[in-house]
Design a protein around this ligand. Structure first.
Ligand code: 3HC
Length: 292
């Protein structure tokens, strides 16, 4: 079944998650408008998408021709008004700050053709920001929904779909179908701190950091317990580096504040590493050392 509502997708933000989402949308056959205020970021995003598509072709997950046909579906923009002119859905993928996300959505509302405003779906890729709170600032909160993708987007099959307190069933149904068309599995959740994914994942990571901090074992041993004993593809400390220690700390703070429960207190070692700028893969140093 083809999605009758979604013909054109605009993605605002071309970082790691933005380029991953553009990759899967284009591969699924949708025209994609990828917008970022930085030309440089857009160039890097296109290079990354090309590299990842090529890798998939080499591994025979897609046909070689699909590398170029998928890439040809992606247009890049630095101008938001042009990027959203015919969007049926805008997927916003800017950094995890409520004020920034609010600003971007108010800009989108200002720039969108008023005739399209009522029917355009506003999806936000967020790991922990409340959809209901974000939707307070928009004219049609029934059209706003959370689409939480997982890194690396082309590989991970989950999209956690978050309904805010005003999200309509129609919006959910359209996004649920779109997610399936992207080859992913939508899981419906409600708007609680950390949703389901990070409410479970982050306390596990935080606990692993406590285990390291308290000297229960060294980092490799802690990670091996979880890879060999629980069949996790990465140990929690390596995964924390992969996600970004600043992101992990931010989510722990959201859980701590949201539930007012001491069990979500971020480990002091996590705070210390973030203070020192040791944020994981992206800075070359976290619990492990990386080439940047
Ligand atoms: N694009 C396309 N394919 C990719 C890719 C990418 N960006 N990255 C990896 N792959 C493919 C590889 O080609 C390979 O394919 P194959 O199975 O056919 O050989 C497969 O994925 C595995 O990759 P590698 O062999 O290079 O390496 P690994 O086996 O070590 O897997 C990994 C890498 C997929 C990242 C794996 O370690 C993993 O699944 N880790 C856990 C990731 C995870 O938990 N992500 C969620 C983070 S939480 C999050 O994002 C939410 C936020 O709110 C915090």
């Amino acid at each position: 079944m083809h999605n009758q509502h979604i013909h054109s997708i605009t993605i605002v933000g071309a970082g790691t998650m933005g380029n991953g989402i553009a990759h899967v949308c284009a591969m699924a056959g949708f025209p994609v408008k990828l917008m970022d205020s930085s030309e440089g970021q857009l160039r890097v995003a296109l290079q990354t998408i090309k590299k990842n598509l090529t890798r998939m072709a080499e591994k025979q997950k897609i046909k070689p021709i699909e590398v170029s046909t998928s890439l040809a579906r992606i247009q890049t923009y630095t101008n938001i008004k042009q990027a959203i002119s015919d969007a049926d859905i805008v997927i916003e993928v800017v950094p995890e700050q409520l004020s920034l996300k609010k600003l971007v959505w108010s800009q989108i509302e200002q720039d969108i053709d008023p005739k399209r405003l009522k029917q355009t779906i506003f999806a936000t890729n967020t790991s922990s920001i409340s959809i209901s709170e974000l939707a307070e600032g928009v004219t049609h909160p029934e059209n706003m929904i959370g689409m939480h993708f997982f890194n690396p987007v082309p590989v991970m099959s989950l999209v956690e779909i978050i309904l805010g307190n005003k999200t309509s069933e129609q919006t959910f149904k359209t996004v649920e179908l779109l997610t399936r068309e992207l080859g992913k599995t939508p899981i419906r959740v409600h708007d609680f701190p950390g949703f389901v994914s990070n409410r479970i994942l982050m306390p596990m990571i935080n606990e692993a950091i406590y285990a390291l901090h308290e000297g229960v074992a060294d980092k490799e041993a802690i990670d091996q317990v979880m890879t060999l004993g629980m069949a996790h593809p990465m140990g929690p400390l390596r995964l924390a580096d992969f996600i970004g220690l600043d992101v992990c700390l931010n989510i722990m703070n959201v859980l701590h504040k949201g539930f007012q429960d001491a069990k979500y207190t971020p480990c002091p070692l996590l705070r210390e590493m973030v203070d020192k700028g040791h944020l994981g893969n992206k800075t070359g140093r976290g619990f492990y050392i990386y080439e940047v």
